[in-house]
Design a protein around this ligand. Structure first.
Ligand code: FES
Length: 584
């Protein structure tokens, strides 16, 4: 610290720090300051080791370098520089000896280390170091840095990581990032840190060097780019698609067209059986909406090309039938204009027929049922409602004695939810085609032993012991923590039957989910349920969203109490040393 601007405070008597000795002093705020007497010269530093908070007064000093006793990080006592990676520099303070007293210059306590902590976060991401990531985010949050700026570092890193190391399956990381951000915004403090740190951790990994993709030399029209992308998508030529997309990005008026074009490619019938094409496109579109094209370009152009140009093998029996049926329904799909303009069927007569066909064992019948609702002019948004509720209802009723099929069921749900983004960016024709992809996912999961049920039929009465809302939430959250998947479903139904608040229950279930190791895998589904709980108000099957989430969270829970790292990171950001924590 600059001694000119420092405000000096008396910290100790010189006699209290013998030659070669140290002394910890606590000043006005929470900071613990370490004083070192090295050959008669006094040094003052933050006592909290920047690595994990161990008190540096317990370290060893040689040649003006203090080495922490816990993991051996070493720091220059004069300037605070750290000599090892994965660790911030140490804060140091100017010292003056006045008469027989030691005075140190603290200066103001304004947060000045933002750049260093953003860099620390980046370092944690590169090294996949969970502690460094959580610590950096806790420090940035404590310094008042907005979540968006923290997330931008993760996005930049993810873009580089995916372009150099990732394949089309990297959409899962994009999902963790965008859904982690969405969930983090619904919470504060520890839960917010857990959600953000989890999102950041998902984006971590090696990121190599890569030359930037150059736009094609002119003249290149949008029509040419569009045509080439479609050909390259059919021919599995991912690099060609990426170069076309980068070229299109030269002109801002192509921005919306790019997402629509990518959607049009990934909903083609030869991509049936790749549900992550649609979910990944939804998450990429949300990344663009959240961060803008400038920041998202590298990730979107590269991963979008990987999705649209992904490899696929020769279709087997059922897939061939599905592709042929989808082709035969092309006139119905192409006849769809903007179905939003058509009135909804107030009785939702189509719903049972569609839902029954989707969970049957006949792929042709399932596809024809989708074709029938499209031909009947049922608005795409209402058909999406049916798919979302069908998936949630299956989560709420899947048997848990053998294999509940959570990966498949949550794919059904998140794929169905992603159709809303497909509708927004791709329009009605893209959504119509995407519905067949969703139907194929339901068909693929026909091995799940979940009997068909009318989504309009009243649910079985629930069973809740608690008599008020607060105790009801506690009872349900306890069941999730106790892995009581048998009882938690009836409890949620009983809670909602009593007219208690679904929003409050969802929020508290989110608390429980975030504080478990499995939380990060549930976060995308938690984010989907948050959105759909609002969207589907009024539908008789809506409660199954919460029942399904509670059963899922209870059944996959590991009870590892993983909030420990977040608590440690928060205490660290408050400037408390590890020993103080242990001694408490
Ligand atoms: S090296 Fe100091 S706490 Fe780890």
């Amino acid at each position: 610290m600059d001694s000119q601007n420092a405000e000096f405070r008396k910290a100790a008597c010189l006699a209290d720090i013998p030659l070669g000795g140290t002394k910890a002093v606590r000043l006005d705020d929470k900071r613990s300051v370490a004083l070192f007497n090295v050959d008669g010269r006094i040094y003052a530093t933050n006592n909290q080791c920047p690595h994990m908070g161990y008190p540096l007064t317990r370290g060893t000093v040689r040649y003006g370098v203090v080495t922490c006793d816990w993991h051996g990080r070493s720091f220059d006592l004069e300037g605070g520089g750290c000599f090892m990676p994965g660790c911030d520099d140490l804060e140091t303070f100017p010292v003056e000896v006045r008469n027989a007293d030691v005075w140190i210059g603290l200066g103001n306590t304004a947060y000045t280390r933002k750049d260093k902590h953003l860099r620390l976060l980046w370092e944690g991401l590169l090294r996949s170091d969970e502690w460094t990531i959580a610590k950096a985010i806790a420090l940035l949050q404590a310094g008042g840095v907005p979540d968006t700026e923290i997330a931008q570092v993760c996005l930049r890193h993810l873009g580089r990581h995916v372009t150099t190391e990732g394949g089309p399956e990297a959409g899962g990381k994009v999902s963790s990032l965008i859904n982690g951000i969405k969930v983090a915004r619904k919470y504060e403090g520890e839960e917010q840190l857990i959600a953000l740190a989890g999102a950041a951790r998902a984006t971590a990994g090696e990121a190599g060097q890569r030359q930037p993709i150059k736009p094609l030399p002119p003249p290149v029209t949008w029509e040419k780019i569009e045509g080439l992308c479609r050909v390259f998508s059919r021919d599995r030529m991912e690099p060609g698609i990426e170069r076309c997309l980068v070229t299109a990005r030269q002109d801002d008026k192509n921005n919306d067209r790019i997402l629509k074009l990518l959607y049009e490619c990934v909903v083609e019938d030869h991509f049936l059986g790749f549900p992550d094409n649609l979910t990944s496109m939804a998450y990429l579109s949300q990344i663009v909406s959240e961060f803008g094209w400038e920041r998202s370009q590298e990730l979107v152009c590269n991963l979008g090309a990987k999705l649209a140009g992904r490899r696929r093998s020769e279709p087997q029996q059922f897939l061939r039938v599905a592709i042929e049926t989808m082709k035969s329904l092309a006139p119905v799909i192409l006849a769809i204009q903007d179905v939003r303009t058509k009135p909804a069927d107030p009785q939702q007569q189509y719903e049972d027929a569609l839902a029954g066909a989707l969970v049957g064992t006949d792929v042709k019948r399932a596809f024809e049922a989708v074709g029938a609702v499209l031909k009947a002019g049922i608005p795409c948004e209402r058909v999406i409602d049916t798919c979302v509720l069908l998936a949630a209802d299956r989560m709420a009723r899947t048997p848990v004695n053998v294999n509940s099929g959570w990966p498949e069921l949550t794919t059904e749900l998140n794929l169905s939810v992603s159709l809303r983004t497909a509708f927004k960016h791709g329009g009605a024709t893209v959504t119509a085609k995407a519905l067949f992809h969703t139907a194929y996912q339901f068909f693929q999961d026909r091995w799940l032993n979940i009997p068909a049920r009318s989504l309009r039929k009243a649910l079985e009465p629930g069973q809740l012991t608690a008599r008020d809302e607060k105790s009801g939430i506690t009872e349900i959250c306890r069941s999730i923590q106790a892995l009581d998947v048998q009882n938690v479903g009836p409890q949620v139904r009983g809670y909602l039957d009593a007219g208690f608040s679904g929003e409050r229950l969802l929020h508290q279930m989110g608390h429980v989910i975030l504080k478990d190791d499995t939380g990060q895998s549930i976060v995308p589904t938690l984010a989907s349920i948050y959105e759909e709980w609002e969207t589907l108000e009024g539908h008789p099957a809506r409660n199954q969203l919460l029942v399904g989430l509670a059963r899922y969270a209870a059944d996959v829970r590991r009870n590892k109490n993983s909030q420990g790292f977040a608590q440690t990171a928060l205490r660290f950001a408050e400037g408390r040393t590890t020993v103080e924590v242990f001694e408490k």
